[in-house]
Ligand binder design. Structure first.
Ligand SMILES: O=C(O)CCC(=O)C(=O)O
Ligand SMILES: [Fe+2]
Length: 308
């Protein structure tokens, strides 16, 4: 997969890249079904987001993987956990030191189609942290947090913390959402950087099937979160730093798929779709599942019970 598909999103501080259509619709449908099965079955709470609980914002759960009960190495620890939205993690337990006590991934992540971890590894973006050798989780991310958001559910602003290398890759499945980034309060700013007195913020549209990479200062000191909304108004969508870029991508992708003769007709379709979207009120959010793939900073513990 060519890195040229990675698009830089213009932000006040660099650090966001996005790969639209990282997977196709068939792969997305397959993953959604398999993820539910890996978690122990589909949601039984899908209607509860429609009432007063809808404003539920999950607390930061990224560190949960670190504090989860350590299971013996090699044992599966999958299964949905409910905490203002369902989540689970694959790949093992991350200790606060950043060490990983590994456990298996579901096969669709690392051995069988569509092999999400190997696809990410092949981008080469983790090579500086992994050494660039091998395939899949040796070369790329080796840990994954799965979050499910029903319409109206979000996640509070947070950082992912120092247990991981500062590069998160998140695959969005099922629905778009809007990721909100904001500059850190002055006392959290990285030493040596002059934190602006005013808080800066930027919103990023995450279309379904996109892979977004968050790195650098945006990873380390900026906060990211998702507002607990049932939909996004047109002004919010247009205010996303990559709204225009996303349509540009679609123009190019449609033309490429259509070939030389039909390219212009395909582009015209995309222009029409954009006009329609921009004449509307905005977009409702559907159920979204995100796969947040990361690489803990410490050693992968391979000994008996992972405690070597
Ligand atoms: O679902 C997402 O896109 C973000 C999840 C996240 O930031 C986290 O769980 O740390
Ligand atoms: Fe996060």
């Amino acid at each position: 997969m060519a890195n040229s598909r990675l698009v830089d999103v213009p932000t006040p501080v660099p650090g966001i890249r996005i790969l639209y259509d990282f997977i196709n619709e068939a792969e997305e449908a397959y993953l959604l079904e398999k993820i539910d099965a890996a978690g122990g079955g589909p949601s039984t709470t899908s209607s509860s987001a429609g009432d007063g609980e809808a404003a539920a914002v999950r607390a930061t759960r990224s560190d949960e993987a670190g504090s989860a009960t350590a299971t013996s190495a090699g044992k599966k620890s999958w299964g949905w956990k409910e905490l203002n939205g369902r989540s689970m993690y694959w790949g093992g337990t991350v200790l606060p030191s950043g060490s990983l006590i590994p456990s298996p991934f579901p096969s669709f992540m690392d051995t069988a189609w569509p092999n999400v971890l190997d696809r990410i590894a092949q981008l080469g973006v983790y090579d500086e942290y992994s050494g660039g050798e091998g395939k899949g989780k040796e070369r790329g991310p080796n840990h994954c947090l799965v979050n499910e958001y029903l319409p109206g559910q979000g996640i509070m602003p947070h950082t992912d913390g120092p247990a991981y290398h500062p590069l998160t890759s998140t695959l969005s499945l099922g629905s778009h959402t809007v990721l909100c980034l904001r500059s850190p309060p002055a006392h959290l700013a990285a030493p040596g950087t002059s934190a602006p007195s005013e808080v800066q913020s930027v919103d990023i549209l995450l279309p379904p099937r996109s892979l977004v990479l968050l790195s650098g200062e945006l990873y380390s000191t900026w906060l990211h979160g998702i507002q607990p909304l049932k939909g996004d108004s047109l002004p919010s969508l247009r205010g996303c730093a990559n709204w225009d870029g996303w349509w540009q991508f679609q123009l190019a992708a449609a033309a490429a798929a259509a070939g030389e003769d039909d390219g212009e007709a395909a582009r015209q379709e995309v222009r029409k779709a954009r006009e329609l979207a921009e004449a509307g009120k905005g977009w409702e959010r559907g159920k979204r599942v995100s796969l947040t793939c990361r690489r803990p900073r410490g050693k992968v513990r391979t000994g008996l019970l992972g405690l070597r």
